[in-house]
Design a protein around this ligand. Structure first.
Ligand code: AMP
Ligand code: ZN
Length: 135
C-alpha cells in the first residue's frame, strides 16, 4: 500500500529522486537531507507504514538485517568510530515524517551529535506495576 500524500512513499518508490545508497524489492536506503553526522542514512520500506506499531512483521525482521549490512559496509567507507540506530515512533518521540524509517547515524570521536537522555533510578513502584501488567 502506498500513500499518495507521503513524501517517503514517493522517495522510496523512485517518484522523487534521492541520494540512494541501496535498493531492493522491499527497501530503499537514502542519505538524510539534514544529517546529524556525515553519512547519516535512512532505511525506507517501499510500502507505507506509519511507524513501528503497524509495520509488517516480515519487513520488521528484514529491516534490522539490512541495517546490519549497511552499517558494516558504511563504517568501512566512512571510517567512523561507531553507529547509532534510531527509530522514532509518533510525534512525542520525535517522529516528523509519518512513514516508517530507521536512522543509521555514524558516530565520530568528538562529534557533537546530540543523542541521549537524562538517566534516572528505576522506581520500585514503576517496576512492580510494569512487571505485573506485562505478562
Ligand atoms: P524523524 O524525525 O525520525 O521522523 O526523521 C525524519 C528524517 O527525515 C529527518 O532526519 C529529516 O532530515 C529526513 N528527511 C525529511 N525529508 C527528507 C527528504 N526529502 N530526503 C531525505 N531526508 C529527509
Ligand atoms: Zn509513505
Amino acid at each position: 500500500m502506498k500513500d499518495d500524500n507521503c513524501i517517503f512513499c514517493k522517495i522510496a518508490n523512485g517518484a522523487i529522486p534521492s541520494a540512494t545508497l541501496y535498493e531492493d524489492e522491499d527497501f530503499r536506503v537514502i542519505l538524510d537531507l539534514n544529517p546529524a553526522s556525515k553519512g547519516h542514512a535512512l532505511i525506507l520500506p517501499k510500502e507505507h507504514y506509519r511507524n513501528l506499531f503497524d509495520l509488517d512483521d516480515a519487513l520488521a525482521a528484514k529491516v534490522l538485517v539490512l541495517a546490519k549490512k549497511m552499517t558494516c559496509k558504511l563504517k568501512e567507507i566512512l571510517r567512523c568510530d561507531g553507529y547509532n540506530i534510531v527509530q522514532n515512533n509518533e510525534e512525542e518521540a520525535g517522529q516528523t515524517v509519518f512513514h516508517f524509517h530507521m536512522h543509521m547515524i555514524p558516530r565520530y570521536k568528538g562529534d557533537k551529535v546530540g543523542l541521549g537522555w537524562h538517566m534516572e533510578q528505576l522506581k520500585e513502584e514503576d517496576k512492580e506495576e510494569i512487571l505485573s501488567k506485562v505478562k
